[in-house]
Design a protein around this ligand. Structure first.
Ligand code: PLP
Length: 341
């Protein structure tokens, strides 16, 4: 016996539809980084297409390539990690669009051959990646030359913001607008502007432009310490089975499930008798506060939508002082994925 991750594709489609309705007329890029937050790229992309998604994007090229192979011509796929020339060649051959946030990378992509579709990234203060404002004008001028030579096509300008304070985000947005203006002045025609992720895009319409990049809310993950988002819910449940019954109930998490041991003593789980404390987590068996009539094979839900007293991924993230994506991403590839809907 081992744990299972049950992914409810119906709920995922419901979330994507709710996000798309909210963002319209802006389009939604469904973020599929890290194997769609460990939920599985292929079923997730298939379900998102059914819910009308026309854009996907991720950090890593392998997840993006897999998304493009499912979507074909039905969606555009954007990839924003700065990669080697070989990986860029693969990405371009697969029809991916590339985020470009430094001048040397722009040259590498232009040297690959073929016409790469790129989105230029301005650093609006996060300092993660992106061209600094003082270098932006020269960067755009070089991009315009490469575009004139047919080596790239500039489809968009983008950036990423902290979403920690409205004031900082407003400053970033002003820098972003200025950068877009300079791109046009350099002779580029970036028709797609994208700046916001889940929280800013949901709450602040002026951040939506033509496209928003949404990860968390598509998967039903609310922001840590943030409000519930009406109409969306977590899409998956991590379920283990009771493997032995003693004074405490022992549950089997599978041998390598990745569930954070730091949650022992801090999290509750859903059992057939209601919520119980999770007492201990170790690689081969974990312990839960006992309940009357517990039997081997009973299901215990470690996270899920919250409808049976189990914590949501964000509840667990908050218990660990991190974000709700992390408990999802920690679920080991060795845990069986089961898709419904
Ligand atoms: C992960 C990521 C997103 C999605 O963020 P959410 O807050 O989960 O919607 C958007 N843009 C970039 C650049 C990212 O890395």
């Amino acid at each position: 016996m081992s744990a299972e991750l049950r992914v409810d594709l119906d709920q995922f489609r419901t979330n994507v539809r709710a996000v798309r309705r909210r963002m319209a007329p802006a389009e939604v890029l469904v973020v599929i980084k890290d194997d769609a937050y460990a939920q599985g790229v292929e079923p997730i992309v298939g379900a998102a297409l059914e819910a009308g998604a026309m854009w996907f994007g991720g950090i890593d090229i392998p997840s993006a390539v897999r998304a493009k192979r499912v979507a074909g011509d039905r969606a555009r796929v954007f990839c924003w990690m700065t990669v080697s020339e070989d990986e860029a060649r693969t990405a371009i051959a697969e029809g991916l669009e590339l985020g470009v946030g430094d001048a040397a990378y722009l040259e590498r992509i232009a040297a690959v051959g073929g016409t790469a579709t790129v989105h230029l990234k301005i650093d609006t203060g996060l300092h993660r990646n992106g061209v600094r404002p003082e270098q932006w004008r020269a960067f755009c001028a070089r991009a315009a030359e490469l575009e004139a030579e047919g080596r790239i096509r500039v489809a968009g300008v983008w950036s990423h913001i902290a979403e920690a304070s409205d004031r900082d985000d407003d400053i970033a947005r002003a820098q972003f607008d200025a950068a877009v203006g300079e791109a046009w002045a350099a002779g580029l025609a970036p028709e797609i502007r994208h700046l916001a992720a889940s929280a800013a895009a949901w709450h602040r319409p002026e951040f939506r432009y033509e496209l928003v990049r949404i990860g968390a809310f598509c998967y039903g993950v609310r922001s840590a310490d943030g409000p519930d988002i009406p109409g969306i819910a977590p899409i998956s449940s991590l379920v283990a089975r009771v493997s032995a019954v003693g004074d405490d109930v022992t549950i089997d998490l599978g041998s390598v499930d990745g569930y954070p041991s730091a949650l022992a003593g801090r999290a509750r789980v859903a059992t057939p008798a209601g919520a119980r404390a999770l007492l201990r987590v170790d690689p081969f068996s974990s312990r839960v506060e006992a309940w009357e009539g517990a039997a081997v094979g009973d299901e215990v839900t470690l996270f899920g939508p919250g409808s049976h007293g189990e914590p949501t991924p964000t509840d667990l993230g908050e218990a660990l002082d991190t974000v709700g994506e992390e408990p999802l991403l920690r679920v080991s590839p060795l845990v069986t994925r089961v898709y419904t809907g």
